[in-house]
Design a binder for this molecule. Structure first.
Ligand code: P6P
Length: 351
């Protein structure tokens, strides 16, 4: 039984003692991610006070206008992690290609895929934003890491998690032995264990989706959202709608309270909007380790073998019973669908 560790570093060391196969090397990667998070946190919390806001005028690979904090977060993570000798290669939402370890730096055996500052369009509104990270073992033999090192299915992850910057900044991660949350205490500059072994409810009462896209979804998704909104007290419906528009904030709330986050494919985003490597896969690992689930509507997110760095996927993520119900609607096999078909054999397409 783990004694209650105070700091992230103490907790990681305790975990290392409990799992002998863990080597100090891997511990260093997580500790360095926490260091980068502290540096980003300082800038994010000051953003409203100094001229950090506003746009660099640049546009990232996603075609999104890049805010200065995005650039700062990307550069901080690549600088801190790239100089530790632990990594073979990195991949970032902010960079079209893989990010090699800087010239002259030793090359290690781990890979980090990350979204440096997700939800950045919310920065100016002081809404929670976050860093999402995924740690993998390298698969290439020697020398600098390669694209193949980054393009691995989520089941290969060694560690995944996120940092949520806000009134209270938290780091939440899993290494496959449960999910643990740490709250940043600025007065001592440490992440302190605040949520040990997070478990997400099997079923929630919250659904999180941008309903402005309703008429762009396929019928299965429309049927599911209509179903969770319909009045059926016996089965705890209607659910409450909660949508911040910042993935880390929406995911974290649902992880603790229960519920489902949906970003379906639609006519504008035929493969969905969110990215496999550094958004869907790491959060899917956390969700599953907390007892939840993550699907693209047809398979586990963690089984997707990405073919490109910024590959997108539809994402249904959260409480296992809610994700399962949503997938059943998408696949047309939910009991409510067959009832509807019996009642109306010639259904009209949902407008
Ligand atoms: P929409 C933020 O831009 C983001 O990448 C995620 O953090 C968030 O979940 C999603 O996009 C919001 O997208 O289309 O609803 O604004």
């Amino acid at each position: 039984m783990l004694q209650r560790a105070a700091t992230l570093s103490q907790f990681i060391l305790q975990q290392e003692r409990e799992f002998p196969h863990a080597t100090g090397e891997f511990t260093g990667v997580l500790t360095d991610i926490a260091l980068a998070a502290k540096m980003i946190n300082r800038e994010v919390t000051r953003a409203g006070l100094v001229d950090v806001l506003g746009y660099t005028g640049g546009v990232n690979v996603q075609g999104e206008r890049v805010q200065k904090l995005d650039v700062f977060a990307h550069e901080t993570i690549t600088r801190v992690l790239g100089s530790t000798g632990q990594l073979a290669v990195l991949a970032s939402e902010e960079d079209e290609d893989i990010v090699p370890v800087p010239e002259g730096q030793p090359v290690g055996k781990y890979v980090v895929n990350f979204d440096p500052l997700d939800g950045s369009s919310n920065i100016n509104a002081n809404v929670n934003i976050g860093t999402i990270f995924s740690v993998l073992p390298r698969v290439s033999r020697a020398g600098g890491g390669t694209l193949a090192d980054c393009l691995q299915p989520g089941v290969r992850q060694l560690c995944a998690g996120y940092v949520m910057y806000g009134s209270s900044t938290m780091l939440v991660y899993t290494t496959g032995n449960g999910v643990h949350g740490f709250t940043f205490e600025p007065s001592i500059g440490e992440f302190l264990l605040s949520h040990s072994r997070i478990r997400t409810p099997r079923r929630g009462r919250i659904y999180s989706v941008n309903e402005g896209n309703y008429y762009k979804w396929n019928d299965g998704v429309k049927r599911y959202v209509d179903w969770v909104k319909s009045d059926d007290g016996e089965s705890g419906r209607p659910y409450s709608s909660r949508y911040v528009g910042s993935l880390v904030a929406d995911f974290h709330r649902n992880l603790l309270y229960g519920g489902i986050f949906l970003y379906p494919a639609d006519r504008r985003n035929p493969n969905g909007k969110l990215r496999v490597l550094y958004e869907a896969a790491p959060l899917a690992f956390v969700a599953e380790q907390a007892g939840g689930a993550a699907s693209d509507g047809h398979r586990r997110i963690l089984e997707i073998v990405p073919e490109t760095l910024h590959q997108r996927t539809p994402l249904f993520l959260g409480s296992s019973d809610d994700v399962e119900a949503c997938v059943e609607f998408i696949q047309g096999r939910h009991p409510a669908v067959s009832q509807e078909r019996r009642a109306d054999p010639e259904p009209r397409p949902r407008r």
